[in-house]
Design a protein around this ligand. Structure first.
Ligand code: PGA
Length: 248
């Protein structure tokens, strides 16, 4: 069995002290061979890196700007993230799409600048409740993948991880059933195969996100096309996150 990827998305949570405490505990207690990623708020990245930088844990940011530098007050660039120890950046999260108006075209630019600067990317995609009810899930996923990954080379695609996060499952306590998630993941893999070839599809890691917790994680991980999880609220508590991280 290949190792899973378990990623924590802290969103706009945690103080410096809390981030440090979490990181020490993770370093002490992590016992699985799963791959772990921590998406921390910008000001906490360096502190997390000081504790976990020498481990295999991937330290990441939750966003970056699409330009490498310039007069963009309040924004953070991919080179700056790389410089403080980031290995990966989360892009296209539904909260960025919905609350900050990010389009597939903008996310595509961000992915390109991240990859150019040596950062892996985790691309989030997913349909809303209304889109699912209208039977639009697959076309929505297809266009998100096609537009967000437009112009990427085969080498680039190897550095991308996809997180399928149905918007209706994020922060709601309603998890997609393992069967619903598997159906979407299989479709995503087929779409990658159509766009980038069979090999890319086989190698693509596809995580599920949306109300994943220490109770439902294992049943999701049993599904063939689910390669791990992107965890929001349950990633804030180190004990819960460890239990998910040690699942297989
Ligand atoms: P949740 O968030 O686990 O709290 O639903 C997941 C996410 O937004 O990545």
């Amino acid at each position: 069995m290949k190792p899973l990827i378990i990623a924590a998305n802290w969103k706009m949570h945690k103080t410096l002290e809390e981030a440090e405490e979490f990181s020490w505990e993770l370093k002490r207690k992590l016992s699985s061979r799963n791959e772990i990623a921590i998406f921390a708020p910008y000001p906490l990245i360096l502190a997390v890196h000081r504790i976990l930088g020498k481990t295999k844990i991937l330290i990441g940011a939750q966003n970056c700007h699409q330009e490498e530098l310039g007069p963009f007050t309040g924004e953070v660039s991919a080179p700056a993230l790389k410089n403080v120890g980031c290995k990966i950046v989360l892009l296209g999260h539904s909260e960025r799409r919905q609350l900050f108006g990010e389009s597939n075209a903008l996310i595509n630019k961000k992915i390109k600048v991240a990859l150019k600067n040596g950062l892996k990317t985790m691309l989030c995609i997913g349909e809303t409740d209304v889109q699912r009810k209208k039977g639009r899930t697959f076309p929505v996923l297809e266009s998100q993948i096609r537009e967000c990954l437009a112009g990427l080379s085969d080498m680039d695609v190897k550095k991308v991880i996809i997180a399928y996060e149905p918007v209706w499952a994020i922060g709601t306590g309603i998890t997609a059933t393992p069967a619903q998630a598997q159906e979407a993941h299989a479709f995503i893999r087929k779409t990658i195969s159509n766009l980038f070839g069979k090999n890319a599809a086989l190698q693509m890691r596809i995580l599920y996100g949306g109300s994943v917790n220490e109770k439902n994680a294992s049943s999701l991980f049993k599904e063939r096309d689910i390669d791990g999880a992107l965890v929001g609220s349950a990633s804030l508590d180190i004990q819960k996150f460890l239990r998910i991280s040690n699942a297989h």
